[in-house]
Design a protein around this ligand. Sequence first.
Ligand SMILES: NC(=O)c1ccc[n+]([C@@H]2O[C@H](COP(=O)([O-])OP(=O)(O)OC[C@H]3O[C@@H](n4cnc5c(N)ncnc54)[C@H](O)[C@@H]3O)[C@@H](O)[C@H]2O)c1
Ligand SMILES: O=P(O)(O)OC[C@H]1O[C@H](O[C@H]2[C@H](O)[C@@H](O)[C@@H](O)O[C@@H]2CO)[C@H](O)[C@@H](O)[C@@H]1O
Ligand SMILES: [Mn+2]
Length: 447
Amino acid sequence: MVNAKDDRKFSVLIAGGGSTYTPGIVLTLLNGLDKFPLRKLKFYDNDAERQKKIADATAILVKERAPEIEFEATTDPEEAFTDVDFVMAQIRVGKYAMRSLDEKIPLKHGVVGQETTGPGGIAYGLRSIPGVVQLVDYMEKYSPNAWMLNYSNPAAIVAEATRRLRPNSKIINICDMPIDIMDRMAAILGKKDRNDLVFRYYGLNHFGWWTDVRDKQGNDLMPQLKEYVSKNGYWVGGDYDKNTEASWESTFKKAADVYKLDPTTLPNTYLKYYMYPSWVVKHSDPNYTRTDEVEAHRQKMVFGECARIVENNTAKDTEFKPDEHSTYIVDLCTAIAYNTHQRMLAIIPNEGAISNIDPTATVEVPCLFGANGPERLSMGKAATFQKGMITEQNSVEKLAVDAWEQHSYTKLWQAFSLCKIVPDAGVAKDILDEMIVANKEYWPELK
Ligand SMILES: NC(=O)c1ccc[n+]([C@@H]2O[C@H](COP(=O)([O-])OP(=O)(O)OC[C@H]3O[C@@H](n4cnc5c(N)ncnc54)[C@H](O)[C@@H]3O)[C@@H](O)[C@H]2O)c1
Ligand SMILES: O=P(O)(O)OC[C@H]1O[C@H](O[C@H]2[C@H](O)[C@@H](O)[C@@H](O)O[C@@H]2CO)[C@H](O)[C@@H](O)[C@@H]1O
Ligand SMILES: [Mn+2]
């Protein structure tokens, strides 16, 4: 037990109940009731039909494993957000249909097509801003003391938007990519998991670097990791990677080349899109992108497994299990609930954490997590290479939010053009004009 004398039980809302990641979180919550006890679990989504498929299976899981927990799924914001301690947000505004266009439109123009990177990421950002701000407003209206841990992507743009639009809100934007990589580092080093490592890391979301990794005794583990990563990237192989899909395998392996560009640090895997965009485009199929792969694998598995649970009316033999995504968000809630001051990453306003970067940039750095939320740790100065990269990419993210706020075509064109992976302003304009048509239902009308 985290705190045997404390008899609090928490009420958790998963916003984006229909997400493919929801069953993993449910499993993690149910497995960890001794550390983070629950009294209520609720789902909220604006697609009742999609959410119901996950909710029907969850109702069986909860009934079998912890019938004392009250469970409900709803599309009504008041019902969802009332009497909640933690909101775990993971919505995808526009769903996979729009993600597919974010990937395929840039690729038609020979540019990287990716969920959170380049034009695709910016397009997704402009859809996510109002969706996530609406969740924050519901939380503040119906449960003003609650915390929101937000995974909804693109987290960098969402974090910049919430910093500006809801500066006092209790939303903490987070990402599971460095978490997954740190579990990989632990496996490479023969340690149990990421919690055996003490690290220094800085950058933007999906755009950062480790500068130090040590064990709990303070021994420097960077030399051993660098030696491994220079050859294999973050690919562990064997049993560890037996379920890893082909595109992720390629990404984890490509980290070897990304590392070589700056052997003083260890990189986030997403930097491959910025360092090797031509290679990425060459290895992409414009007619079969990551969305197609997700629909064929993860989405099919998740909804198939939910249907199987419902059909058998039992989840005793379920394939669902905790993963980095689910354990991280539950660990964060636990650290806040019990004021543990555990050192974990978050995407937050810089305010000096990286001393030579704009204080208003939203950066990803380690923080101590307690009852007041994240307390940022100082990571010192960014080196020249990182400072240049961060400054450019952060300007792209700021311009995207400017464009959304001001309904400005020019600002959005600037964001696309400044982006490192777009070759010139002409290509940027061609992609933008196509994206405006595709996102008509979601974006403000640009002037
Ligand atoms: N930050 C991270 O590191 C990280 C990691 C994994 C996933 N994600 C993000 O989590 C989200 C979910 O991913 P997924 O692949 O499971 O997507 P998904 O499409 O399976 O689930 C998203 C759900 O959100 C719902 N939704 C969309 N707009 C909504 C709105 N305005 N209000 C309420 N519900 C809404 C959809 O109906 C859907 O059920 C995405 O934003 C994804 O990018 C982030
Ligand atoms: O292409 P997807 O939908 O599979 O993943 C996109 C997300 O990728 C990252 O999360 C990864 C995680 O890091 C990886 O190791 C594995 O556990 O799967 C996760 C999700 O697939 C990234 O951090 C997210 O922001 C992306 O949404
Ligand atoms: Mn992420």
